[in-house]
Design a protein around this ligand. Structure first.
Ligand SMILES: *Cc1c(COP(=O)(O)O)cnc(C)c1O
Length: 361
């Protein structure tokens, strides 16, 4: 049996990509905002319905640029239940992450917990649309306004999710996206920053290109550009994006038909009103970590490799000294992401579900 991993990178038709490579070889234009990069940026801006989208080399540098251009200092309220990139970029930009516990049903930062952690040094909230589901955007905006905080969303999972009629990339001051090969839309390596604030857009764009335009040196910056070869992949994947999401939806719903009536807790898109999901992940919460580990072992024996996204809770990282987040620590021990990609055969979903059910009480 072939190995089944938690995800499988979607690759466009080879012939279509070859056409793009031929053009790149003709023009010799390989990076630095070439025609494919420009075309991808405007296609993304169109899809997200946002005027300021900057396509970058990855989703982590997108977070760093966001923190830098908002000029954040001191403490940033954030979630312990996410990929480590979220907290790392805060620390790398010399700010302090302050972990706020999560909501046990949505796995997003719990807005009711924010007040406990606010100090005179708090400068911002960095929330995550975890698994592509919305963070409590209305409450977070209200809290930020009330306390004069900046609001960043790590939307690494959220490309293709829409909430209250808008892309999830359209909330807060800045949203960052990741287009890494494991994400639902990808450019192999890549990411983006999205904002509706013109001055921020200028800083983000310049900051990503060493702060200068030709011979005009305007601000400090770094190199966060991406290449024409990556743009080509992105353009082809964007064309096929709805097809990819439709395939994922089928797999997601097939899992649900097997697992909905079990003891597993499964967050479903209809938990949110006026929400369209991108079907980025299929996380299931087990009754205990022991049962999760047994189920994982049974799956591994059949060459099936789900992932413990996201374990451990970041507030427990050995190089951090932070307060406890009991809900995040508990959920992260009991949550497992099952394999999900656009062409995962439904027969494999049957197989995975049956193995899981054998391990459940
Ligand atoms: C993938 C991911 C990132 C970072 O993206 P890269 O493109 O790999 O740098 C940031 N935050 C979250 C939540 C992610 O899952």
């Amino acid at each position: 049996m072939n190995e089944i991993y938690v995800t499988k990178t979607y690759l466009p038709e080879r012939e279509k990509y070859d056409e793009i490579l031929d053009k790149i070889w003709q023009t010799n234009y390989v990076t630095n905002h070439g025609p494919y990069g420009e075309k991808l940026e405007s296609a993304l801006s169109n899809y997200l319905d946002c005027p300021h989208v900057h396509w970058l080399s990855n989703g982590t540098v997108a977070l760093q640029l966001a923190i830098h251009c908002l000029n954040l200092k001191g403490e940033i309220l954030t979630t312990p239940f996410t990929y480590v990139a979220t907290a790392n970029s805060i620390m790398w930009e010399k700010c302090t992450p302050v972990f706020v516990d999560i909501d046990p049903h949505t796995f997003a930062i719990d807005h009711k917990e924010l007040k406990k952690h606010i100090t005179s040094r708090t400068s911002a909230i960095l929330a995550v649309h975890i698994y592509g589901y919305p963070a409590p955007v209305k409450e977070l905006q209200e809290f930020s306004d009330e306390h004069n905080l900046k609001l960043i969303y790590d939307g690494a999972h959220a490309f293709g999710s829409f909430y209250t009629g808008k892309s999830l990339a359209n909330f807060g001051d800045i949203t960052t996206l990741s287009f890494h090969a494991t994400k639902v839309f990808h450019t192999i390596e890549g990411g983006a920053v999205v904002t509706n604030i013109e001055e921020l857009s200028e800083c983000l764009s310049l900051g990503a290109t060493h702060g200068h335009r030709y011979e005009e040196y305007i601000q400090e910056g770094i190199n966060a550009k991406n290449s024409e070869l990556h743009a080509g992949i992105g353009l082809l994947n964007l064309k096929n994006f709805q097809h990819i999401v439709n395939g994922r939806k089928k797999v997601f719903e097939h899992y649900l038909s097997h697992l909905n009536a079990t003891v597993l807790y499964i967050l479903k898109p209809d938990y949110f009103e006026d929400f369209t999901y991108n079907y980025a992940y299929f996380p299931v919460v087990f009754p205990s970590e022991m049962i999760l580990l047994q189920a994982e072992k049974s799956l591994n024996k059949e060459n099936i490799f789900p992932r413990r996204y996201f374990y451990p809770a970041l507030n427990t990282l050995p190089y951090l000294n932070t307060s406890s987040c009991p809900v995040a620590e508990d959920i992260s021990k009991r949550i497992l992401c099952l394999p999900l990609y656009h062409d995962l055969p439904l027969a494999d979903v049957d197989r995975i579900s049956i193995i899981l059910k054998k391990n459940l009480p």
